[in-house]
Design a protein around this ligand. Sequence first.
Ligand SMILES: *[C@@H]1O[C@H](CO)[C@@H](O)[C@H](O)[C@H]1NC(C)=O
Ligand SMILES: *[C@@H]1O[C@H](CO)[C@@H](O)[C@H](O)[C@H]1NC(C)=O
Ligand SMILES: *[C@@H]1O[C@H](CO)[C@@H](O)[C@H](O)[C@H]1NC(C)=O
Ligand SMILES: *[C@@H]1O[C@H](CO)[C@@H](O)[C@H](O)[C@H]1NC(C)=O
Length: 458
Amino acid sequence: MIGFWNLLLLINAVLFLNYCVSCSDFERLIYVTGNERSLNSVAENYQKIDIASPQCYTTNKYGELSGGVDPILQKLSDEGKIKLLPLVMNKGFDDEILTVLLRNQTAQDLLLGSLVKEAKKHNFIGWQYDFEHLLITNRDVYTQFVAKSNLRFKQEKLNFSICVCPRSKDYTGSDPYLKFMWEEWNGGYDFLQLSKHVDFLAYMTYSEHTGATVSGPIASINWVQACVNFALSLGVPASKLSLGIPFYHGYWKTVFDKNKGIHVNGSSPSYLEILKILKDNNASLEWDTNYKVNKASFMIDYKSHHVFVEDKDSLVVKLLVLKDNNLRGICCWVAGQEDPAVWDVLSLNAKNHQTFPTTHHTNFPRYTNRDLRETIQTKKTLTKKYKKKQYFLCLTWIMLFQKQFEETISSYSWWEIYFKEKQQEPNKKQEKHSTPFLWINLVDELLEQNKEPNIQKS
Ligand SMILES: *[C@@H]1O[C@H](CO)[C@@H](O)[C@H](O)[C@H]1NC(C)=O
Ligand SMILES: *[C@@H]1O[C@H](CO)[C@@H](O)[C@H](O)[C@H]1NC(C)=O
Ligand SMILES: *[C@@H]1O[C@H](CO)[C@@H](O)[C@H](O)[C@H]1NC(C)=O
Ligand SMILES: *[C@@H]1O[C@H](CO)[C@@H](O)[C@H](O)[C@H]1NC(C)=O
């Protein structure tokens, strides 16, 4: 017999699904290095990974391949738990290797032969080229090599993709840094032509700021969007664009050196290392509403230090770029550096067709504490008023004001909290206090927090 509460539950489920849009499956590629932390992260989270790409093969200028996959990954692959698409790099990202290799057909044939053999031997699904420091003068020969590689790999039924450094335009100015980047790092990739010869482009939308620059976000949302817009404007199909997601973070400290004077020393600590740095310095993260990443600044001995992290919060915002542009998927650099909570976000999507919050905001709204307090106060009063048997009235209220509510409290928050609760108690029977009243649950949770996400929470 369908009871009253079950009926309500059903109605609610329908309403709930109505404003959640089913997320198109997206491909989750995770890069992995040979270090233990990186390998462990993949081993622990393999169910949330569609493709694991170990950075473990290199070529020299003669097309001689060297490297090999770590036994831990090979075992996971042999057991059918992960698909391996290893990276092959020009060793040390040496530009000269590319300049020579791209002009020697014999060397290319040697390399392709080895790649095919190695892939068959170890059951790789294919290869991804990670050829970087590609000079702009090598642009056409690189495209030709990619086209040639594709023919060979397709004959052998191997998948083939390439990493490309992003850009938001073809640079024509005279800023020395941007000119250097254009001529030596990102201008050599002919995105449109390349996209015709690969399964997809791994669009490395990170490294907006590096150890070679001043402090700043690894990937601010406007920069990511501008790079995506540029590639799409050239005609690259969205289905061939995999969005680069940084799993790493930046730490810039001002240091003094007798020879160099005062200068900035940038590094990329893991998330756990970042937490320690913050804790040691009594610093906490704050959300940058412009960049849409969490950051912190503090002083040590009169010198400023800056931290920019890429965590679950910035991931959610970036997934909206993926969703809004209907991109193919994501490629994340690199396992082991990440905020552990990113896996909760990634597990909600793709394979099992989880829902994803609809948003009509290109600029993702972020609640302010005041907005939040006011909304919560109103909700709390209502919740109290209609407690017990009159929940459905509250529910109606929620449905009616859902839009307003959603705009005040960013949709990411309820979505995240709802699923977090679900994950913690996946087998919990649906009760009148749980799913139908997720908004109320949410408010309760937010009440407890009543603040922007920060480090203490994690
Ligand atoms: C081209 O590559 C082949 C294979 O590695 C090598 O034997 C040959 O010497 C190279 N040619 C030149 C001109 O470097
Ligand atoms: C890999 O190749 C197979 C067959 O060639 C194809 O069906 C599949 O879609 C490819 N996968 C990716 C990730 O491109
Ligand atoms: C930057 O700091 C790290 C230690 O945190 C040190 O190992 C490294 O040598 C420094 N780099 C430069 C260029 O000063
Ligand atoms: C951090 O705060 C604690 C307690 O207030 C204090 O003892 C410590 O010196 C502070 N550390 C720094 C680096 O400011």
